[in-house]
Design a protein around this ligand. Structure first.
Ligand SMILES: NC(=O)C1=CN([C@@H]2O[C@H](COP(=O)(O)OP(=O)(O)OC[C@H]3O[C@@H](n4cnc5c(N)ncnc54)[C@H](O)[C@@H]3O)[C@@H](O)[C@H]2O)C=CC1
Ligand code: BAL
Length: 498
């Protein structure tokens, strides 16, 4: 991918048309209330767009349109290959508009243009394509039954799905959810985070251009209480898939229980450990993985490495290498393609992360915070009980905890309410496998940092996840429900039924 220069990206930013309406039933429209909110570029504080501030009435309208679309089968009952064709056309349109989407995403979220161009947009396209390709390659099942019967297990799309999204990977998290949901034949009502609504709105427009029937893909910008809660409580939504904080995620269990017992899938916070044992090979490479895990996307990542649990014998050497690599991560204008650490998503979130820096008693390096930007920071902790070791910070702050043995490292790693990801660096194969088995996390990486890829499920143990997984065939399956079809084949029409 050839990147532009900072000036060229700046010039492009001036020419973008930002969407402003909610996207309902195939077109943009104002919120029923007529209210709007201002979307702000967190890197500069300048307003980008006035966006429709939806509420429960818009949710009702969007759900009605989504239900009509689902029930008349314009998407849910067409040939899977036809669904695939539309989604592949959407991927082509995304590719054609990739640069526009990348700049829009960077302006709206503070993410670096480098990441938007090289990760967020291409991975979003790849995700939708992966699920589109799956659509006409999976089969239903025939169950064992007597010769007088045929028993089938059919997968049907679950129905109207609410998708409630975070701000840290706005388009990519949307793709993780609409990819499998649309491929399965569902209609979706999407609520982007208020901080980052622009690319979701633009994507709905592109999907319409690709031929997605109206009513199938609706996007409702607005607040959590105004849009998220009505989605969670709606009596005609069959399932909600949510990504965000554990506190808000748990609310959806209550909404479901107090409404129609809709299915709920939650992908929530993390406090992810990286364990580095004294036998880890190539400490320089380990340091690069730790820096990437901790500081990529400004640490605004549920899978971010936020606790470095390091054996005392390699601690000094490893920290020196981490510092050297982290210092090479430029902090600054997200539209400069050399920048690796952009702005935090909002003033409120910046203030929250600064509050954690204030609590840090021993900052080893970094800790510079100015105007919405925070430099990669490493903090030494005496143990795992400090708030920096227990609470999700969601910023470029790595806490270091020293240990003296493998068993102690595993115990510290598991001593958390979260269980999303963990990484383990060791050259000892037995330790690697034993460690991977006992670490209580949905994804464990050995001698690397990562989340797997499109084909592997992503989600958490403990308070990091509930009800399912993003990515892979598992994600597709969770947007479907099973129907048993049992057919009597006996040639005995005259016999009494017993
Ligand atoms: N796991 C992850 O990927 C993410 C975790 N977070 C964590 O959450 C913290 C707070 O960030 P927020 O943006 O406030 O996260 P949040 O979990 O409150 O927001 C996620 C989504 O839920 C919606 N929402 C908020 N309150 C709601 C409610 N009462 N009912 C229904 N929907 C609601 C939001 O508008 C947004 O679309 C961050 O500092 C970070 O620690 C934030 C974003 C993503
Ligand atoms: N890293 C993708 C999942 C998330 O941060 O929410």
């Amino acid at each position: 991918m050839d990147l532009l220069t900072q000036d060229e990206y700046g010039a492009m930013a001036q020419t973008l048309d930002f969407p402003s309406g909610a996207f309902i039933d195939g077109g943009y429209r104002p919120a029923i209330s007529g209210e709007t909110f201002t979307s702000v570029n967190p890197a500069t504080g300048t307003p980008l767009a006035e966006i429709a501030a939806c509420d429960g009435r818009d949710v009702d309208l969007a759900v009605t349109k989504a239900r009509e679309a689902f029930d008349d089968g314009r998407w849910s009952r067409i040939h899977p290959g036809a669904r695939k064709d539309v989604l592949i056309r959407l991927c082509k349109l995304m590719t054609r508009n990739a640069r526009e989407l990348a700049v829009m995403e960077s302006l709206d979220s503070g993410k670096t243009i480098f990441d938007c161009e090289t990760v967020d947009i291409p991975e979003a396209i790849n995700c939708i394509k992966w699920h589109a390709e799956l659509t006409d390659k999976i089969y239903d099942q025939v169950a064992p039954a007597s010769d007088d019967h045929i028993a089938m297990v059919l997968r049907e799309p679950i129905g109207v799905v609410g998708l409630v999204l975070p701000w840290n990977f706005p388009l990519l998290m949307l793709a993780w959810k609409i990819g499998p949901a649309l491929a399965a034949g569902c209609s979706v009502v999407v609520k982007p985070a208020m901080e980052t609504s622009l690319t979701a709105l633009r994507l709905a427009e592109l999907a319409s251009e690709a031929g997605l029937p109206r009513g199938v893909f609706n996007v409702l910008p607005g607040g959590g209480a105004e849009v998220g809660e009505p989605i969670g409580r709606h009596m005609d939504i069959d399932m909600v898939s949510f990504t965000g904080s554990t506190t808000t995620g748990k609310r959806f269990l209550g909404y479901s229980g107090e409404s129609n017992a809709k299915e709920v899938v939650l992908e929530m916070g993390g406090k992810n450990p990286a364990i580095v044992m004294e036998d880890a090979e190539n400490l320089d490479r380990v340091a690069q993985h730790v820096v990437n895990g901790a500081f990529w996307n400004m640490g605004e990542n549920c899978s971010a490495t936020s606790r470095l649990i390091v054996h005392r014998d390699v601690k000094a050497d490893l920290l020196a290498r981490i510092e050297a690599h982290a210092r090479a991560w430029n902090v600054g204008d997200p539209l400069d393609p050399e920048t690796r650490v952009g702005a935090l998503v909002s003033k409120a979130h910046y203030d929250k992360v600064c509050g954690y820096l204030d609590k840090a008693e021993n900052i080893l390096f970094g800790g510079t915070a100015e105007g919405g930007f925070i430099s990669p920071t490493v903090v030494e902790l005496a143990g795992n009980d400090h708030p920096l070791a227990r609470e999700e910070i969601f910023g470029p702050v790595l806490s270091v905890i020293e240990v003296a043995s493998f068993d102690e490292a595993i115990a510290v790693a598991n001593d958390t309410d979260y269980g999303l990801c963990a990484s383990l660096f060791t050259a000892n194969a037995k330790r690697a496998i034993r460690g991977a088995r006992v670490l209580r996390a949905g994804t464990v990486t050995v001698n690397s940092f990562g989340e797997g890829d499109m084909s592997t499920p992503f989600g958490g143990y403990k308070q990091s996840g509930f009800g399912g997984r993003d990515n892979g065939v598992h994600a597709h399956d969770q947007y479907t429900q099973l129907k048993t079809l049992w057919i009597d084949l006996a040639d005995d029409a005259d016999e009494a039924v017993s």
